[in-house]
Design a protein around this ligand. Structure first.
Ligand code: NAG
Ligand code: NAG
Ligand code: NAG
Ligand code: NAG
Ligand code: NAG
Length: 785
């Protein structure tokens, strides 16, 4: 198991710019003509302090992701809180809490070798690292650049499956330029099992291949690379190993008996380039060297750096232009938080269609679902709103993965199965897409897949499906001493797995209902109430010896029904924060959990609406809740269920911008492929989707007005604040109208987005009666009385 993973901790609580402007990029009312959304995207946000955000150049959902790779905590290649760059590589993942991901086949450039002696250049990874200039990194959509102390200024851009680098070399007075570019058969996690490299003496082309391990999963994958140069005449070529170059060699083979940390590869040396720069075009593929080369040849035949940057910028503007905001009065920083979050939502999953060697299929193949445990909560619900076409392709890819692999993944990266963290959360994503009528999906097969999660235990439930299904079906919970002869997996998280399985079953019940499977509907609805078996009504909790005065918590249970014990605050920031990691030493909870489908019962169980409200407030105010893990998102908005929607709005403003800002530290936890980014976008748009349900909880947008255009239908949904106050004192809804008709419920359905329309919210400085009555509350499995 890796030392860290996609989100690692548990919480505690129970454990008018409408259609007119929409096609014309996002505009502010003041300056619609010169507004450029890309000025408000800062890819460096979240690149320090464990945010693990990918800072480099990529297209939306692109497979090629080019950036400088630093030493240190380099999950996404470049991290701001580092000093040294050791290479530039072409594929990455963004925001993972697992090990560093991919970063295969880095290249590295030097202006010349001391005394023009090839032996005196720097070769292996541990020797060649160059300090980067703190002020130099420039990151924007489709472009990244950085200057190194070795006199190299490196710029990079990408197409879908190739990267283009421009290395500019400083002339040193002592010696003419004779640049050396090397390729290293390395990856970020240093997981290589075998590899080979080849250099073409006539053209300088490098080709390479290798077998590597995924960063948060099992098995291995093969990757291929193809590098071509332009801009300087070739002087000589060769192979290097450790710190030894050899111009007589052309090929290198590293067998499975070579150490994975051995640094070795191919190189090319050039005569002085005309314009002090050399272009390196890098094609990548998971199929073959041939395909790596043809990807590069097809996608950028001309090594056109500026043209590739402009094409990327065009693609990014197009992706983002379905959202428009009236930003009048809103600070540029807050706008940057918003647009950068939207940008990060489009980084992954990555489109590997045509790059999957594991099976032949006409269906799309996406990868880097990293992980669905994280992404079901905000990424996929946001994609359903802003990019339903891509959401459809991703869901189809999940269904096709089920067809081929036998189970839906809960996490998947680099063509490998990733680790499950609790439930089978693809069930939630499927139900969400089903209820919101995402088009193009084979729902029959999708339904078969989610039912299999609920019924058939896999041999290794650490990477798919669910464990403990025998107990789940007979006892209605996962016991602490679970007897599970049907499969193998990590026997921890009995509380959170129970609650998550209950929610997963609820989501299956919703699909069963819609598809007319009445018996299944009843069966899974019943099972979705199982979370209550973990609720111990007389359990007390204290913090540093002081009673919290709340009674009743989720607790572990033995097979015979006897309660076990786990301190209810364990693994919160207040007690053994990291104690619930996903490893055999973990505990009975994982990052926190709740039954989002049965809030009526939960509220009753906790003593009614008032008591629920004070308990939820305590969760936020006491320091128990860590906002850096995704399960913390929904509790910000759950005041809606106790009839206090105003407190949800207040809580949202408490976290944004204090924990979501424009600094390199500016996200609360690792981004998990854009989870933090999509959280902030949905929060600032003012409609929080309860994932897996056709429910959006209404809070006021952070803008005077926000519109979303459905790219499939062209319909525009606008949320408009009346009495908008950019100082955010007036954040309480006094009344609302949906398409000019009074709307008193504190939630709304997906019809609003599907059909288009206007939701108008009248704001005031104090909480009102709006949305507070029982008939205004969101749906719940058990009623609120
Ligand atoms: C190149 O030299 C110029 C002038 O000395 C300097 O300003 C610049 O920082 C150098 N660039 C790199 C990448 O070293
Ligand atoms: C990149 O791939 C996407 C599909 O993921 C496609 O829509 C787009 O046109 C491609 N971009 C370019 C520049 O080829
Ligand atoms: C719980 O109640 C006791 C007795 O009234 C009080 O001393 C204690 O501070 C309360 N705990 C908290 C966390 O407020
Ligand atoms: C239930 O099982 C647990 C664990 O084996 C044991 O400690 C406990 O005493 C049992 N309780 C009863 C009532 O048998
Ligand atoms: C920015 O966000 C980070 C991460 O949540 C936080 O630690 C930091 O205090 C915030 N900075 C400011 C200036 O608000």
């Amino acid at each position: 198991m890796p030392p860290q993973h996609p989100s690692l901790r548990m919480g505690f609580f129970c454990g008018i710019l409408t259609a007119l402007y929409a096609s014309n990029a996002i505009a502010t009312k003041d300056s619609s003509d010169d507004f450029d959304v890309l000025k408000y995207v800062d890819p460096l946000i979240g690149t320090a302090n464990g945010g693990h955000v990918f800072a480099g150049a990529t297209l939306p959902f692109g497979m090629a992701k080019a950036v400088a790779d630093t030493t240190g905590e380099n999950q996404a290649g470049f991290a701001y809180d580092t000093k040294v760059v050791t290479g530039f590589s072409h594929m990455h993942d963004s925001g993972t809490g697992g090990s560093p991901s991919m970063g295969n086949f880095p290249i590295f450039a030097q202006g010349n070798c001391p005394h023009d002696d090839i032996k005196q250049c720097k070769w292996q990874q541990s020797d060649r690292g160059a300090v980067w200039d703190r002020k130099s990194p420039e990151a924007r959509p489709g472009y990244f650049s950085i200057s190194l102390a070795n006199g190299v200024h490196a710029e990079m851009t990408t197409t879908n499956r190739s990267a283009l680098y421009r290395f500019t070399f400083n002339e040193t007075s002592s010696q003419p330029l004779s640049p050396v570019v090397l390729l290293d058969l390395m990856d970020l996690p240093r997981s290589r099992r075998s590899g080979s490299a080849d250099v073409d003496r006539l053209t300088g082309r490098f080709t390479g291949s290798g077998t590597f391990s995924p960063s948060f999963g099992i098995g291995s994958y093969k990757s291929y690379v193809c590098v071509d140069f332009k801009g300087a005449e070739l002087r000589d070529t060769g192979i290097w190993e450790r710190n030894q170059p050899d111009i007589s060699r052309r090929t290198l083979n590293l067998g499975s008996d070579t150490s994975s940390i051995l640094s070795a590869g191919a190189f090319a040396r050039f005569h002085a380039p005309k314009d002090s720069n050399i272009l390196a075009r890098v094609g990548v593929s998971f199929m073959s060297v041939h395909q790596a080369c043809s990807n590069a040849e097809q996608e950028q035949p001309d090594f056109d750096f500026e043209g590739t940057v402009s094409a990327a910028e065009f693609a990014w503007r197009k992706k983002l232009d379905v959202i428009s905001v009236d930003a009048h009065g809103v600070s540029p920083d807050l706008q940057t938080v918003f647009w950068s979050g939207a940008y990060r939502t489009f980084i992954s999953p990555q489109d590997y269609t045509g790059e999957n060697p594991l099976w032949k299929s006409d269906e799309p193949y996406y990868d880097s679902y990293y992980c669905i445990w994280d992404s079901f909560r905000s990424i996929h619900p946001l994609l359903t709103l802003v990019d339903p076409f891509s959401q459809s392709l991703m869901m189809r890819s999940l269904v096709d993965t089920y067809r081929q692999e036998g189970y839906l993944p809960d996490c998947r990266m680099s063509l490998c199965k990733g680790f499950t963290q609790g439930g089978s959360n693809a069930d939630v994503v499927m139900a969400d897409a089903y209820l919101k009528k995402v088009p193009g999906i084979d729902w029959g097969t999708a339904y078969e897949a989610v039912v299999k999660d609920a019924e058939v235990e896999p041999k290794n439930w650490d990477v798919e499906g669910r464990g403990g299904l025998r107990s789940w079906k007979s006892l209605g919970y996962i016991p602490l001493d679970d007897y599970d002869p049907d499969g193998q997996g990590t026997h921890t998280r009995s509380i959170s797995r129970t609650v998550e399985y209950a929610y997963n079953d609820f989501c299956i019940a919703e699909m069963a209902h819609g598809m007319g499977h009445q018996a299944d509907y009843e069966k899974y609805t019943k099972r979705s109430g199982n979370w209550v078996h973990m609720f111990k009504p007389d359990q007390k909790s204290s913090i540093k010896g002081v009673d919290t005065n709340f009674t009743g918590f989720l607790q572990p249970r033995y097979t015979n029904g006897t309660w076990g014990y786990q301190d209810p605050i364990l693994c919160s920031p207040l007690l053994d924060f990291t104690g619930c990691y996903l490893n055999p030493g973990g505990h009975e909870t994982y990052e926190g959990t709740m039954p989002p489908h049965d809030m009526g019962a939960l509220i009753k169980t906790l003593g009614g609406a008032k008591s629920f409200t004070s308990r939820l407030s305590y969760l936020h105010d006491s320091g128990l809740l860590y906002m850096g893990d995704e399960q913390a998102f929904l509790p910000i908005y759950q005041f809606h269920y106790s009839g206090r929607p105003g407190l949800s709005a207040k809580q949202s403003h408490f976290y944004i911008p204090s924990q979501f800002n424009t600094t390199v530290n500016g996200i609360a936890g690792n981004d998990d492929s854009g989870a933090m980014g999509s959280f902030v976008v949905l929060s600032m748009m003012g409609l929080w989707p309860v994932p897996g349900q056709d429910v959006y909880l209404i809070t006021p947008p952070y803008f005077k007005e926000v519109s979303i255009r459905n790219a499939l239908t062209g319909k525009v949904a606008t949320i408009r604040n009346i009495n908008f106050d950019p100082s955010y004192e007036s954040i309480y809804i006094q009344s609302a109208k949906w398409n000019d008709k009074p709307w008193t419920k504190n939630w709304i359905t997906h019809d609003f987005f599907a059909d288009g329309g206007v939701l108008e919210l009248v704001l005031g400085p104090k909480e009102s009666e709006w949305g507070t009555h029982i008939q205004d509350l969101p749906p719940s499995l058990s009623d609120y009385h």
